[in-house]
Design a protein around this ligand. Structure first.
Ligand code: ADP
Ligand code: 5GP
Length: 196
């Protein structure tokens, strides 16, 4: 069996959305519900308090990231948010797909466009907050970002949503009112894909 034939068994699920809309919360819940493989990205940004190496991210220097990039170790990558690199290590993704798993990538729009080029069957889900005020409350409520980072990320949400709609990489746009309902909606989308 070729690698591509084997990979047909798995489902590649991409979750994106502006900061603070609930992506990480939803991805952790989906990981459990779907017994999925949740990809751990590499990044050159510094770890935040409470973040663990290999769990939230693989933290790298710019030099390490560029070496990995050079040897083709990433399925996709982007340099965004303050000039930091973010990328999806390709090997674990290929292995999980070959094992028939649902593979979840929580990545931004540029990365999604690259993945869709390579895996046109991937499912692109874009998550939004019910209102800008609710998004702000969520970002402030989790007490994670500096005031400048929060302001920057909130300001970017409108443009990001417009770009997500225009770029054609996303098939589903979900408003995350309740975590339970959003997770249920994504599970349904994945089941439909598995049965197609
Ligand atoms: P993201 O990964 O999109 O930046 P998080 O998953 O970190 O967002 O969620 C931001 C905050 O909002 C967290 O404190 C989380 O518990 C909360 N949250 C997530 N989804 C909801 C929801 N549907 N209703 C209320 N709060 C939510
Ligand atoms: P944060 O710095 O808040 O953890 O993440 C910032 C943004 O980077 C989020 O929108 C997240 O989806 C995106 N991101 C995380 N990992 C990756 C990745 O591997 N590739 C891409 N393209 N984006 C990522």
């Amino acid at each position: 069996m070729t690698k591509n034939e084997a990979e047909k068994n798995g489902v590649l699920l991409i979750i994106s959305g502006p900061s603070g809309v609930g992506k990480s919360t939803i991805c952790r819940r989906l990981e459990e519900r779907l017994d999925a493989f949740l990809s751990v990205s590499a990044t050159t940004r510094s770890p935040r308090e409470g973040e663990a190496e290999g769990h939230n991210y693989r933290f790298m220097t710019i030099g390490q990231f560029e070496d990995e990039l050079e040897r083709g170790a990433f399925l996709e990558y982007a340099r965004v948010y303050g000039g930091h690199y973010y990328g999806t290590p390709i090997e674990p993704v290929q292995q999980a797909l070959a094992a028939g798993k649902v593979v979840i990538l929580e990545i931004e729009i540029e990365g999604t466009i690259q993945v869709m080029d390579r895996y046109p069957d991937a499912i692109g889900v874009y998550i939004m907050a019910p209102t800008p005020v609710e998004q702000k409350n969520r970002i402030v409520g989790r007490k994670r970002d500096s005031a400048e980072a929060m302001a920057e990320r909130l300001k970017m949400a409108d443009g990001e949503i417009r770009y997500a709609k225009d770029c054609g990489a996303y098939h589903h746009f979900l408003v995350n009112e309740s975590v339970q309902e959003t997770v249920d909606a994504v599970v349904k989308i994945v089941s439909e894909k598995q049965q197609a």
